[in-house]
Each structure stands twice: as structure tokens, then as C-alpha cells.
Design a protein around this ligand. Structure first.
Ligand SMILES: *Cc1c(COP(=O)(O)O)cnc(C)c1O
Length: 540
């Protein structure tokens, strides 16, 4: 058998464990799940990331001040010193990056760069994850990309494939181009095509504004160009320099994170010439992390499965009471809704039909929200405030858990009865939290966005909201989806839960069986190897 290619997986964040705060949300948790699945499979993968001193914001909400962001400094005792230090020249100053190794969360080896060293004038580059913009963001991306490639070389790891998880790692591509030009004497064109042979890219953001750009002059000033001319930079990333466009041109092949997202991404980047093709590889989640062992063990016996579910639901309600002081009811249909506070996720949709909401929340429903917003995102904070207003309007029925993290994610995706997801299609690239829920027999009720069209069998393993309707007119789309949401809740979900328990439990079983393998991170990593990493001789 041929040896599998060695892959270096670059990501700005990794979600390996709730208390290891080098992640913000879905992107990082995907990266963590990827490293765990690669380890389970025994595939030759290493991760490359940053040791964030303060991580992402810790977010709390108080009566007096509203939403407050805190930035504690974290220290970890499990980091292994590799003894390796690499240098990146940023703003005309040498920045030293110490390289740590992490391998204790059942993950493949992860190498983390850290600039918080006494010899650095710029110790704070690895301070806050997504904390700053402009120069600081570019500096962080230079550490990840340029520092990352140099660290791997210094560690003696021979890399066959550089995988960029999002555009943040694009400067790793420039470093490879620089290497082939300066150290191998190739021309720019030759070096670019040589680098392309080794790079693959995963795009995540179906919103134009979510794709980061930087002014060319800033990149030149920072030294991110690595001696390339402005013209050469434009050839790769355009002007202003678009990190996604650059990644699409630096990669030999790229992927979107669900089949629907493949269509969206191809349409979105249709105008970009000289780019790689974009195939679809749907995300998956790490089963050992996200599926409750007790659920998997009892899933073939309906009675036991229901008992186990009830037990886990009780654990969730206790957890909620401990955190909030609010005691929810065990016999009431419980919705979970946990999301980054972004407008397209429409966390308030279920409340917009006031009459229907009053009626449903009076007897039949309770909902647990969790979410958090970027510290500089006022719209996101408004969304959080709005949910808190709802928890006051429906006391004892609507609760909000602050500081959404992996622990809350775990509790909710195994302890609720249904998982509500109503993004404005097609803006959800994938949405992995629904997979976690599905594997635990928590039934998805979701618009046909992201991964759900690939999994949904309406009334069998969950429910769809609406029919995949899309409109340029947001109001029209929202009112269409709201009608469908109320309809499916009142006519299907609520009656099944209270009047047909046998069918409900059967649906739980179907939910688990239809997702456990198909939406696992193991399947995803295997697919990456088959479709992206292993080069077929006749291709590309
Ligand atoms: C799974 C998970 C996510 C990603 O879920 P989405 O469905 O993409 O919103 C984000 N944050 C946490 C804490 C998670 O566990």
C-alpha cells in the first residue's frame, strides 16, 4: 500500500476541549474534531495554530451593564515545549515564535505558535483570537501562516499537503512561493505552480462581507508580501488583497462544507479567474466527543432510549438551574437553540408571531438559548439583549445561558428534545451543532439550509421548516419561513411529542442511525484524503 500523504492543517482556532480557550466557535470546533478523527484513524496529520493568551471573549450579561466582555489570561500546564523557535519579520522587526505541542485531547499532534516572549517587542500578537483588525490581524495571520511553515520545517516534519482551514492561513502559501523562488531559484510563475501542488483550501463563509480583505499597502508595510512585488500580490489575491480569493488561487483544489454550500460558493466566486475548483465535502463531528455514550448504548431499545434521554434531559435542566436559578419542567417539550449571535440565524424568529408564541409558550414549549457575539459587534449584542428580553417576557419558559462554549454545546445537543435551526437560506454554510443533536436523538427542526437538506427525511428523522424557499427580499423570506415554522411546530412537532411517544422515539432512533456515520468527522477526514489529499496522477 502506498504511504498516505502527511497533512499540515492550518487553523486560526482549535476547539479540543471546553477549557482550552483557543477557539471561538464552529470553525475551531471543526478543526478540533478533525484532529481527533485523524488520530482515531491513525492518519498522518498535524495541526498548526496559535496559542492565544486570552482566547476569545468571555461574555457575561448583567442587569446593570448589559453585555460585558472579559479577557482573562489563561495558563495551561499540559503544553509541551518543543524547543523550537522560529522568526518572522513583521513591520520590519523580528518576531520570535515559540512552538508548543499539544497531544492530550485524543487529538493528532497540534503545534501552537506563541509570541509572548521576553525577547519580543510585539508580545501581544498572539493575545486575543479575532480581537483586533488591520495591522494586528495581519500580524496574527503572518505568525500562523509564515511562522507555521517555518515551524514545521524546523521540527523536521515533511509535509505533503498544506490544508488551509479558511483564508487566515494564506500567508503560508506566500511563504512557500518565497521559498521556491529564493531558495530553489524558480521564477514567480514556476514557484506559484509548485506551491499550488501542495495546497488545499476549505472555504466557510457564504457571506461576501465575511471574507477578509487587506489593503495592498498594508501588506507591503507589514512585510506579509515576503519580497513579492505588489503586482505579484495582485496576481494572487487581487486589490484589495482578498484572503479567500488568494486561497482559491493558491490551492490546487478547494472545498465547501456542504453540498448546498458548494453551489453557493461556486456562484459567489464564479468571477474569479485562475482559481481552483470547489468541490463539496460536508463537515462532520467527532462522535466520541459529541455523542453521549449512554444514548449510543441504549439506542436499539426504544424504552431504554427514552429513559436514557429523560435522564440526560434532567441533567441538562439541573445544569440550567445551577447556572441561572431557573427551574424548567421535565415534562415540557424543550427546544435547544445555540448560535453565534448573527442576524441571518434569526434567533428571534419563533417569537415574531406573537399570538402563536404566546400560545405555544403558555403550555407546550420551553426553550434554552445560548449564544455570544464578537466583542466589537453591536448588532450581535442587540441580538443577545433581545433574547434576554424574551426570557423576561416568558419567565420560566425562555432561558438564556451566557458565554456559549463547548460545555454548553455538549449539554444542549444531548439534553434537549428538539434542536431548532432557522437560518435564512443559503447563508448557513453547514451548521454542525445539528449533527451533534441528531446523533443524540435530539430531533432537528430546521430550514433546508447547510447540511440539513442532505439528511432530512421529514417526519421520519426530524422536520424541515418550509421548502427551501429563497428570496432577495428578506422580509418575504422571513415571513414565509415564520409561517412554516409555526405550522410545523403546531401541527407536527408538538402533537407528536405529547400524543405519539412511540413515533417520537422511533424518530429518535432514525435520527441517530441516519447521521452517526454519515456526519461523523471520520467520514469527513476519509473524504478529504480521497478527494483532496491523494493526488490522482491524471488530475490537476
Ligand atoms: C458545534 C458548535 C458550534 C458550531 O455550530 P453551528 O451549528 O455551526 O452553529 C459553535 N459553537 C459551539 C460551542 C459548538 O459546540
Amino acid at each position: 500500500m502506498k504511504k498516505l500523504p502527511t497533512v499540515a492543517y492550518f487553523s486560526m482556532e482549535f476547539g479540543l476541549d471546553s477549557n482550552f480557550k483557543i477557539y471561538a466557535g464552529g470553525l475551531g470546533i471543526l478543526a478540533g474534531d478533525y484532529l481527533k478523527a485523524a488520530k482515531d484513524l491513525g492518519y498522518p496529520v498535524v495541526g498548526v495554530g496559535i496559542l492565544w493568551k486570552q482566547g476569545y471573549n468571555k461574555q457575561i450579561v448583567t442587569e446593570e451593564y448589559g453585555v460585558i466582555d472579559a479577557f482573562p489570561i489563561y495558563r495551561y500546564n499540559f503544553l509541551k515545549d518543543t524547543g523550537v523557535k522560529v522568526k518572522v519579520r513583521i513591520r520590519n522587526r523580528d518576531v520570535y515564535c515559540k512552538v508548543w505541542k499539544v497531544d492530550n485531547f485524543e487529538n493528532a499532534d497540534l503545534y501552537l505558535l506563541d509570541t509572548d516572549l521576553p525577547e519580543n517587542a510585539d508580545r501581544w500578537i498572539t493575545g486575543q483570537l479575532y480581537g483586533w483588525f488591520g495591522e494586528e490581524r495581519v500580524a496574527q495571520e503572518m505568525v500562523l501562516g509564515i511562522g507555521g511553515v517555518r515551524a514545521l520545517k524546523e521540527l523536521g516534519i515533511k509535509v505533503d499537503v498544506y490544508h488551509f482551514n479558511e483564508g487566515h492561513a494564506v500567508f503560508a502559501g506566500l511563504e512557500l512561493v518565497r521559498y521556491y523562488m529564493e531558495e530553489k531559484g524558480l521564477s514567480f510563475e514556476q514557484a506559484l505552480s509548485k506551491a499550488r501542488e501542495k495546497i488545499v483550501f476549505t472555504t466557510h463563509t457564504p457571506v461576501e462581507a465575511g471574507n477578509e480583505t487587506h489593503p495592498l499597502r498594508l501588506l507591503m508595510y507589514m512585510g506579509a508580501n515576503l519580497n513579492l512585488t505588489e503586482e505579484q500580490l495582485v496576481h494572487i489575491g487581487g486589490a484589495p488583497f482578498n484572503m479567500t480569493v488568494a486561497a482559491l488561487r493558491l490551492a490546487r483544489i478547494s472545498n465547501a462544507v456542504s453540498d448546498l454550500h458548494r453551489i453557493t460558493a461556486n456562484a459567489m466566486w464564479a468571477q474569479v479567474d485562475r482559481r481552483s475548483r470547489i468541490i463539496g465535502i460536508t463537515n462532520g463531528v467527532h462522535v466520541g466527543t459529541w455523542a453521549d455514550r449512554r444514548i449510543l448504548e441504549s439506542r436499539h431499545n426504544p424504552e431504554k432510549l427514552w429513559q436514557t434521554h429523560t435522564q440526560i434531559k434532567r441533567e441538562l435542566l439541573d445544569f440550567v438551574e445551577k447556572r441561572t436559578g431557573i427551574k424548567l419542567r421535565e415534562d415540557v417539550l424543550t427546544i435547544g437553540f445555540a448560535r453565534r449571535a448573527a442576524p441571518y440565524k434569526r434567533s428571534d424568529l419563533i417569537f415574531r408571531d406573537k399570538e402563536a408564541a404566546d400560545k405555544m409558550f403558555k403550555n407546550d414549549l420551553q426553550i434554552i438559548f445560548a449564544g455570544k457575539s464578537h466583542p466589537l459587534d453591536d448588532t450581535g449584542k442587540e441580538i443577545v439583549n433581545n433574547i434576554i428580553a424574551m426570557s423576561k417576557k416568558y419567565p420560566g419558559k425562555v432561558v438564556f445561558l451566557e458565554d456559549y462554549d463547548m460545555e454548553i454545546g455538549k449539554m444542549l445537543t444531548r439534553g434537549c428534545d428538539i434542536w431548532l435551526n432557522n437560518p435564512r437560506r443559503p447563508l448557513e454554510a453547514c451548521g454542525t451543532s445539528g449533527m451533534k443533536a441528531a446523533m443524540n436523538g435530539v430531533l432537528n427542526v430546521s430550514t433546508l439550509d447547510g447540511w440539513w437538506p442532505e439528511a432530512c427525511q421529514h417526519g421520519i428523522n426530524g422536520w424541515q421548516i418550509g421548502d427551501g424557499f429563497e428570496s432577495k427580499d428578506e422580509k418575504e423570506q422571513d415571513s414565509h419561513d415564520l409561517k412554516s415554522l409555526v405550522n410545523v411546530m403546531q401541527n407536527e412537532v408538538i402533537p407528536t411529542y405529547y400524543k405519539n411517544r412511540d413515533k417520537w422515539v422511533k424518530m429518535m432512533q432514525n435520527s441517530i442511525e441516519s447521521t452517526l456515520e454519515k456526519f461523523s468527522a471520520e467520514r469527513m477526514v476519509k473524504e478529504y484524503y480521497e478527494k483532496m489529499y491523494i493526488q490522482k496522477s491524471h488530475e490537476d
